[in-house]
Design a protein around this ligand. Structure first.
Ligand SMILES: [Mg+2]
Length: 274
């Protein structure tokens, strides 16, 4: 059996099907998930020769209790790799200035813009009324809004961007044009974020740990958000609820596709591969 000694774990769709809290600063509720999270933690604690990292799009604010409840014990990546966090020491720092020094200054401008976005909160709500638009205030290094999708009577990400664009600092706009900051739109959310992600975070963590990716296992459920992480791991696996595109990738890599979904699937992967 493959010798695995480091596991990178996506959180949403892997450790559970969590419903995010409605309003900041409410924390993530773990109600209904405690039993499974405790089983994951028990597995982690029973395997001291293997280290476990989280690698998630969530802000640290919205996943610190999940990281704790699952016993994650190695350097982790949060906010889509924008921040690196060590659950055992509490060390937490931004990745952008380390891996893309050329973007450090504009990243700082974006960060201040995010911190001040509440100054036009009433305006954006009025301009996009009925969209239930809200800024995800737990994110520190990427600007994220969630809203009701146009198909449900809400708005499109493009409409949100049309509102934001004239308000963005010139340096941020210039970097959007140059590709150093990207706009990621889905049917009910928009992100404005520096173009580093989970892939750069994994590379950084491996370098920090002074090791290669041999023995690393990446577990994710979404092609869109996990492929960059999984491409950098020697072994890959996914729970049963994973999207088809990522399942195809995992089969091509001869990885393990669990029969069980979510946290049960992750436990199945651990028990099979570790
Ligand atoms: Mg996920």
């Amino acid at each position: 059996m493959a010798k695995i000694d480091l596991v990178f774990n996506d959180i949403d769709g892997c450790f559970g099907n969590f419903k995010k809290p409605k309003t900041y600063p409410e924390k993530q509720s773990l109600a209904g998930h405690e039993g499974l999270l405790a089983k994951i933690k028990a597995f982690v604690e029973a395997h001291p020769d293997v280290k476990f990292s989280a690698c998630t799009g969530r802000s640290l604010y919205l996943c610190d209790n999940i990281i704790e409840a699952t016993g994650m014990n190695e350097v982790s990546a949060v906010e889509m790799g924008q921040e690196i966090y060590h659950p055992l020491t509490g060390e937490c720092y931004g990745l952008l200035a380390i891996v893309r020094q050329d973007l450090a200054a504009v990243g700082t401008e974006l960060k201040s813009f995010i911190a001040n976005a509440s100054s036009f909160e009433d305006e954006i709500k009025a301009a996009l009324s009925n969209s239930e638009i809200k800024q995800m205030k737990d994110n520190r290094k990427m600007l994220t809004y969630e809203f009701k999708a146009a198909a449900d009577g809400g708005v499109t990400g493009e409409q949100v961007y049309d509102f934001l664009n004239p308000r963005l600092p010139e340096s941020v706009k210039a970097e959007i044009a140059a590709g150093g900051i990207k706009i990621v739109v889905s049917k009910n959310a928009i992100d404005v974020r520096p173009s580093i992600g989970k892939g750069e975070a994994i590379e950084h963590i491996l370098e920090k740990l002074k090791r290669a990716n041999a023995g690393c296992l990446g577990i994710g459920d979404s092609y869109h958000s996990d492929i960059d992480m999984m491409q950098r791991c020697e072994h890959v696996a996914c729970p049963a609820n994973t999207d088809e595109k990522l399942k195809d990738y995992v089969s091509q890599r001869k990885g393990h596709i669990a029969k069980q979904p979510f946290g049960e699937g992750v436990l199945e992967i651990y028990r099979t591969l570790i």
